[in-house]
Design a protein around this ligand. Structure first.
Ligand code: EPZ
Length: 420
């Protein structure tokens, strides 16, 4: 239970310029990857978010020397004194990406014992494909009492993912980087943060080719040296800010982003009648006329990102017409719409599909976050709504969005915290 709530007085257009922080889902993969190095690694553009602070605690507990300069977004990791290969429930349960420590520790030490991860309750979220990948590399893996234990000398192999998995692709890349021989990942995920991790590994001397395609080749090396590397900007924060700008009928320029990562969302916004201009490393979003209803089907990259489905669905609650959302990646990622219905939205949910009949107004109401991107959706709805919206359990939002309240306030939003 959080000891504060967010208060938003909505109905104000967001106007002005803001910037995107470094990527959450790339940072939580790159930071564990530094454990594979035989030397000091400096990671730049690391967002100051809860998930990164959890990884700071985990690496420190394992014996690494970690300095996180939050002001300058720089994390220096010296893994040379790492002597632990166990991550217990207290640490592992605080985030989803703690399971990347399996791949990193197995890759470096040939053993790992990591308790089950935490993370957003958006579906069953098994990790059977991660385990299958480790086993293909020759590890003995035991899954007992909510702990994954993996052990063995890793030898390169063919790994076929039964379905596209971002986490599985990342975890097996980490394990394979120093395996003996070549590993080929088939049906691999293609998200920008997969490419970012491959670039970081290669900057340390790894031999990873094909990241960004569905076939990734990793030639194992004996040694990885230190590196200084800046992670890419956050694709999902960029998209969330684009949606908030459009939803409030504002005019916002988002700097420090990579427009090509945003193409699926940009196409949908243009389809709605939103004006989107792409600059070199910035995107400008403006609204002039009515928002047309559109249909959204989430898919693996480069399709429409599931992480943007929730904030997008909030905006569609006031579009002209009926929108259909088909969430194909996670089984229960539409719960936030029940909260927005309390604000006057007309929504019907049938399994992984939502039918949204746009309304002319949403009205502020008390609502509760159920996960990180649900929180983002409730913020978008609150910014759109007439009157005051109270958002309970808002700490979910701080897990993945750096200083988001300050950024929205700088754009004219009336958003603040109030102690409970
Ligand atoms: C990552 O989750 C992201 N999290 C998620 O972002 C994101 O929604 C997701 O990728 C899809 O892009 C991090 O990067 C920390 P998956 P992950 O493995 O790796 C099933 C956010 O809001 N599956 O690609 O867990 C799984 O259940 C978070 O930032 C298996 O069946 O996603 C899901 O239905 C939320 N077996 C689908 O595959 C497995 O072994 C895709 O999952 C692994 C996954």
């Amino acid at each position: 239970m959080d000891n504060y709530k967010l208060l938003i007085n909505g109905g104000k257009p967001l106007i002005g310029e803001t910037f995107v922080s470094g990527g959450k889902n790339t940072s939580v993969a790159v930071i564990p990857a530094a454990l594979l190095s035989d030397d000091v690694c400096t990671i730049e553009n690391v967002p100051d978010i809860e998930d990164v602070r959890v990884l700071y605690d985990i690496l420190t507990m394992l014996g690494a020397k970690v300095d996180f300069d939050r002001q300058n977004r720089r994390m220096v990791i010296d893994p040379r004194e790492v002597n632990g290969t166990k991550v217990d429930h207290r640490y592992a349960s605080r985030m989803r990406a703690s399971y990347y420590l399996i791949g990193a520790l197995l890759g470096r030490f040939g053993e790992a014992e990591v308790a089950y991860p935490g993370g957003c309750a958006i579906g069953s979220r098994p990790f059977d494909l991660h385990i299958k990948g480790f086993q293909a590399l020759g590890a003995q893996v035991e899954d007992r009492s909510a702990v994954i234990s993996a052990k063995g000398k890793l030898v390169g192999a063919n790994v076929f993912f039964d379905r596209i998995t971002v986490g599985g692709t990342i975890n097996v890349m980490l394990a394979a980087a120093k395996a003996e021989g070549t590993t080929i990942l088939h049906n691999a995920a293609k998200e920008p943060h997969i490419v970012d991790l491959a670039n970081f590994l290669n900057s340390m001397g790894a031999k990873v080719k094909g990241a960004g395609t569905d076939t990734i080749r990793i030639r194992g090396v004996n040694r990885l040296h230190g590196s200084t590397y800046a992670v890419i900007p956050d694709q999902i924060e960029t998209g969330t800010l684009m949606i908030a700008a459009a939803a409030t009928r504002g005019d916002v320029t988002i700097r420090g982003c990579i427009p090509t990562h945003m193409e699926a969302l940009t196409a949908k916004l243009l389809e709605m009648g939103v004006l989107v201009s792409e600059l070199d490393d910035a995107i400008r979003v403006r609204t002039v006329g009515a928002h047309r209803a559109v249909n959204v089907k989430t898919q693996e990259y480069p399709g429409f990102p599931t992480d943007l489905q929730q904030p997008m669905s909030a905006m569609l609650c006031m579009a002209k017409g009926t929108s259909i959302i088909n969430e194909t990646i996670f089984e229960t990622r539409l719960k936030h719409l029940n909260e927005i219905a309390r604000m006057g939205a007309h929504v019907r949910i049938l399994d992984q599909t939502a039918i949204i009949d746009g309304v002319d107004e949403l009205y502020g109401a008390p609502v509760t976050c159920t996960d990180l991107r649900a929180g983002a959706a409730l913020v978008v709805a609150g910014l759109m709504a007439k009157g005051t919206t109270e958002i309970y359990e808002p700490s979910f939002i701080a897990r993945g969005y750096e200083h988001i309240e300050e950024k929205l306030r700088s754009l004219g939003a009336d958003i603040r915290r109030e102690s409970l």
